[in-house]
Ligand binder design. Structure first.
Ligand code: SF4
Length: 967
């Protein structure tokens, strides 16, 4: 199966060892013959990495003076990449002479990335050495947003901010303090801080990112993300460009390729021929928003042809509940369950799916058969993409997971596990109790099922007077630029009655930091502490991001007390900043805050950063023993091990089918089994389920099984979505008026070398990608008489932007696309920052909600300490598209639905490339239109939100109930 005869050239190349021998017997066979890499082969992959015993004194020739042979001696210290959530391992090469970081390479000891990185990992060196980086804390002078700054000390900043937070807490204004995160990083650290302060103050970017797909997965099995076991799969289906971008994409990409090398087939559903689609065996260019129809058609084929996994469906789905609720006239039998599902999805024929999506019926049938054949070894993934783009986008992930359930691939080897099975959770010192506050600015009643904070609506909530932010931290977060409707953010940031004090914690200038009161420089990958653990494969690991110059100083006998003493300038890190801030909020301990941040080893004293991590590491299974075996002894042995290797593998990949784990005798004491559904409960809470006479842990859902039928959706007023459904998107073909030039714009993809809003300080990355034209199929270009490079005006619901056309066959006809992460800007009055990537723009408001932006100049060479800044050859910094998008929150998941209905036209004679217009009154009207689509809380028993749903920074259960007065 899957064997392809080698060509003559391949034969020779394989024999000479120029390429690996992919044709030796058994290489492409599945199951018993499936090729595994031996330990020796894996070791060979790593042989070019410097061995760790030489890391303190590693000698290489200096490539810059080649062919001269000049030796350079480095100290190599591991850390993790900060340029996407994958947190791949890096090793920093520190010049022993100058004590400067000279380059970054991969860390072979990191179990997720295994020494490999994408382009953005090594480009961390650009960010460290960027001549425009912020090196000292700054405070604004003059009016907010005017661009005037003065240098202040860390003490000044800490004292000012701490006094304001202290006052707010003492006056019971807890909900006026918020920490809003763009790039998260440190496992549970901010829970520890914010819950230590007793506030419901966490806000995140997740509702413009992944909460749609999370909601779809959560409804099924109580976990909100998939962890596909790509390397062991037989068939892989991606609804994204996941080989090149997206969460955990580098660790996943290398395992997808491993899977493919063993013979797995790969299918990609995407209206764009992405690099991922071009590497796939099947490309399904679906019309945006119709993905669920295609998936349900596949489900119907699997059901009708009996390709499903009967045991799994019978044991691990809540089919009896479904039949009782929906087919009470029928006998409760498994056969009736299958028949009812076939009846429920009968309209989703391959022909119907083709009509909706444009994907050929034959291809849908072929892939359904492949998935059925793969059985448990079916791996799939939806993170953002369709799940983050459409009204009802969450239903795409739900329908994708339906296929995983039908094949029994949930948690199977080569299948798709819940992410939490492959993720480490730290045990922190002095854990604070959950907060007894509920912040309606984050989780308002209108969106009781919203999977994360309604962050995209914050400026609208403030605009209509729902509250204020007295102290607001933006953390590596740039909503003015990244979010839809950035002008409304600017209006609110400029108003001190809405945002009292805004502290931007950021390693680099950004459009949001221009509207801060304090700009506080935070460290990059090699300049900070963080703990990382992600579901990259069927194993569990923990990695340690560390300030490498601080660690080098310690090893060289010059320890420092605080990280900013070793970093460039006075660049600090959030960990120490927040511990210090917490002590200043509650200096004498009378508010009960300080106790969380006291040393677990030295009672009453401030915890140090080493103590915080040692406390966590010494509690990780097996780490103390491994550290000892490596020669580390003493109180900080586990920490020393992590400082040396940067990562530790806790579980090697046997965490499959964990739902079948049995409850212990201890756990079973005092439990009851519900005769209706076999759910095992303790003190009124479900903790397991009887399956085939065994007390299994199950899944964290009310039924402890995969919920094909969701009573939760019925209880929370959405009965029409009780089972997996196709929801027609807000950009469905039926709602577009083609005669008026209306198209769907896909704005959700990124060029693989870019980092949200942080590539601007990475010259190598900007050199590779620096434009974001409109992708247009030749048929559409012909219709409009457009050539590549022509200007095009895209009118959105609230304004327009003018971009250039790129005519390409890589786009589905009838759809246009524009990558995000490009179109960065600064105004003439702003501090120079990110000059590798920013246009200089003029912004003008008419005082009545109308805003215009136009480009004064593009990117130009500049004088700096980096000679490359004079060699800049690119001029075009692209166009800022997101600012012209209105907020479109899905009324159920809360996810911003990124796809836009746009009206295409040719710009007028006076209109120029990069021109933008937005009317914020209109954007507020559209916010209200979408708000009217919601079905607000309370739910059953006066709940604000289903108790079984996870929530970031979960508060105390007592605040889950809406007061009668509040209703
Ligand atoms: S995938 Fe690339 S950007 Fe993301 S952590 Fe890994 S090396 Fe860094």
């Amino acid at each position: 199966m899957g064997y392809k005869k080698p060509s003559f050239i391949e034969n020779i190349a394989e024999k000479l060892g120029i390429i690996p021998n992919l044709h030796k017997e058994g290489y492409q066979e599945f199951d018993g013959d499936m090729r595994q890499f031996s330990d020796e082969e894996v070791a060979q992959l790593y042989e070019n990495f410097p061995p760790p015993e030489k890391w303190d004194n590693w000698v290489e020739y200096n490539p810059k003076v080649w062919p001269k042979k000049e030796k350079k001696t480095y100290q190599i210290i591991p850390t993790t990449c900060f340029n996407c959530e994958s947190a791949c391992g890096l090793t920093a090469f520190i010049d022993k002479e100058t004590q400067e970081v000279k380059k970054f390479e991969g860390n072979p000891f990191h179990p997720g990335s295994r020494g490999r990185n994408c382009a953005k990992g090594p480009a961390s060196i650009n960010q460290v050495t960027d001549p425009d980086r912020i090196l000292f804390p700054l405070k604004r002078k003059g009016k907010r947003g005017d661009g005037e700054w003065e240098r202040v000390s860390w003490d000044d900043a800490l004292d000012t901010i701490a006094a304001r937070i202290r006052k707010a807490i003492l006056e019971d204004r807890h909900n006026e303090i918020a920490y809003h995160v763009g790039r998260p990083g440190n496992e549970k650290f901010m829970n520890w801080i914010l819950q230590g302060w007793g506030i419901d103050g966490h806000n995140s970017h997740t509702n413009i990112c992944s909460s749609g797909a999370r909601f779809g997965y959560n409804l099924w099995y109580g976990y909100d993300r998939p962890s596909p076991d790509h390397a062991e799969a037989k068939f892989i289906l991606l609804i994204s460009a996941h080989l090149e971008s997206g969460h955990y994409f580098n660790p996943h990409a290398q395992r997808i390729i491993e899977g493919k090398m063993k013979g797995a087939k790969l299918a990609t559903m995407d209206p764009r021929l992405s690099n991922t689609a071009s590497m796939s065996d099947y490309w399904l260019p679906s019309y945006p928003g119709t993905e669920a129809a295609v998936l349900l058609a596949m489900a119907l084929i699997i059901l009708e042809e009996g390709l499903y996994n009967r045991d799994y469906l019978e044991n691990w789905t809540n089919w009896r509940e479904y039949l009782q609720a929906r087919h009470s006239d029928k006998e409760i039998s498994f056969e009736n369950y299958i028949a009812a599902m076939i009846d429920e999805y009968k309209e989703f024929t391959p022909e119907y799916a083709e009509k909706e999506s444009g994907v050929k019926a034959e291809m849908i049938i072929e892939i359904a058969h492949k998935i059925g054949e793969a059985g448990e070894r079916f791996a799939s993934h939806n993170w953002r993409a369709a799940g983050a783009s459409n009204l009802g986008g969450w239903a795409v992930a739900r329908c994708l997971h339906f296929l995983t359930v039908l094949t029994g691939a949930v948690g199977a080897k080569g299948g798709t596990s819940p992410n939490s099975w492959n993720k480490f959770k730290p045990t922190q010192p002095n854990p604070p109790a959950p907060q007894k506050k509920w912040n309606e600015l984050h989780f308002p009643k209108e969106y009781p099922l919203a999977f994360f904070e309604m962050s995209q609506l914050l400026p609208h909530f403030l605009k209509e007077g729902r509250g204020k932010m007295d102290v607001y931290f933006s953390r590596v977060f740039n909503p003015v630029w990244t979010y839809p409707d950035g002008f409304t953010w600017m209006e609110m940031f400029s108003d001190e009655s809405k945002f009292g004090l805004h502290a931007a914690l950021t390693p680099t200038w950004n459009e949001t930091a221009f509207y801060a009161d304090f700009v506080l420089p935070m460290g990059l990958a090699s300049e900070r502490h963080d703990l990382n653990s992600y579901a990259t494969h069927g194993g569990t690991w923990v990695a340690f991001r560390q300030p490498v110059l601080r660690e080098a100083a310690r090893r060289n006998g010059n320890p420092v007390k605080l990280t900013y003493e070793a970093n460039p300038g006075e660049v600090w890190e959030e960990d120490e900043f927040f511990i210090e801030l917490s002590w200043r909020i509650d200096p004498d301990g009378s508010m009960g805050i300080r106790k969380t941040f006291e040393s677990p080893y030295r009672p009453g004293e401030k915890i140090t950063i080493d103590e915080y991590y040692q406390y966590i590491f010494e509690r990780i299974k097996g780490l103390n023993e491994v550290a000892k075996a490596d020669g580390f002894t003493g109180q900080f042995a586990a920490l020393e091990y992590m400082k040396k290797y940067g990562a530790y593998e806790i579980e090697k990949g046997e965490s499959y089918k964990m739902n079948e784990n049995l409850l212990s005798e201890e756990q079973l004491k005092g439990t009851k089994v519900d005769p209706k559904n076999d759910v095992i409960s303790k003190k009124g809470k479900p903790i397991g389920v009887m399956v085939n006479g065994k007390p299994c842990v199950g899944f964290p859902t009310p039924s402890r099984k995969n919920e094909f039928y969701s009573q939760t959706m019925v209880d929370w007023k959405w009965p029409e979505y009780a089972t997996p459904t196709y929801i027609k998107s807000h950009i469905h073909n039926d709602v577009l008026d083609k005669s008026k030039g209306e198209y769907v714009l896909v704005p959700t993809f990124r060029l693989p070398t870019l980092i949200h809003s942080r590539s601007g300080n990475a010259k190598w990355l900007v050199e590779i990608s620096n434009r974001n034209p409109i992708w247009m199929h030749p048929d559409d270009a012909k219709k409009w008489d457009f050539q590549t490079g022509d200007l095009v005006k895209l009118n959105t619901d609230i304004g327009y932007f003018i971009d250039k056309v790129w005519v390409t066959q890589s786009m589905k006809p009838g759809v246009v696309a524009c990558s995000h992460h490009i179109g960065r800007w600064r105004r003439p009055q702003d501090k120079t920052g990110n000059r590798w990537a920013t246009n200089t723009v003029n912004i003008e408001g008419d005082g009545k909600g109308g805003w215009k932006m136009n480009t004064i100049s593009g990117i130009k060479p500049f004088e700096s300490s980096d000679k490359d800044s004079k060699r800049i050859f690119w001029k075009d910094g692209g166009v800022h598209q997101n600012i012209t998008h209105a907020v479109h929150p899905d009324p159920i998941s809360g996810m911003h639905t990124w796809h836009q209905r746009v009206r295409i036209e040719k710009p007028g004679k006076e209109e120029k490339y990069g021109d933008i217009f937005v009317d914020t009154n209109k954007s507020h009207e559209i916010y209200k239109e979408w708000l009217a689509m919601t079905r607000p809380a309370p739910g059953p028993n006066g709940e604000r939100r289903p108790l079984w749903f996870n929530r970031a920074f979960k508060p105390d259960e007592s605040v889950y109930y809406i007061d009668k007065k509040e209703e």
